[in-house]
Design a protein around this ligand. Structure first.
Ligand SMILES: [Zn+2]
Length: 145
């Protein structure tokens, strides 16, 4: 691969031992959250211990996929040439129904019509054989026409 191809290629996450279950879940269309069996805390992204109480008694459960836009920003200038065809696009801070917040991006909707508190639904978008990325689309399509 030459250097131009490298620039044109979007960086992909690389699963490791800690995050393998998470990526496997996404591949199957599920966003896995860790539920702490000791204190009930729900955390997104995978860690060996609960970030709230330090317990190791964590269990993976699939998120409902429903959430709301807590904050967002519309990107008009691509951060690298690989993203040039995508602008404008909306970067979202989504608050999941279960509580955790995650950074993602809007798919299948007008980025200019994103609003605070807009209901969104998870879409697992396959970007390679091993990797699907969690994105969100508007929950009510009529809102973004
Ligand atoms: Zn805990």
């Amino acid at each position: 691969m030459n250097s131009l191809e490298q620039v044109m290629r979007k960086p992909l996450p690389v699963p490791d031992a800690d995050t393998q279950a998470y990526w496997e879940g996404l591949r199957q269309g599920k966003l896995l959250l860790q539920h702490c069996l000791a204190c009930g805390h729900v955390q997104f992204y995978q860690q060996a211990i609960c970030r709230h109480c330090g317990s190791e008694r964590l269990e993976h459960r699939a998120a409902s996929g429903r959430g709301r836009v807590h904050s967002f920003s519309v990107v008009h200038r691509a951060p690298s040439p690989a993203f040039k065809g995508d602008t404008p696009y909306a970067v979202l801070l989504v608050e999941l129904e279960e509580g955790p917040r995650m950074i993602s991006s809007l798919i299948d909707g007008d980025p200019m019509k994103v609003t605070f508190d807009m209901p969104v639904v998870l879409v697992c978008e396959p970007v390679s054989e091993a990797i699907s990325l969690p994105r969100f689309r508007p929950a009510e399509r009529e809102q973004v026409k």
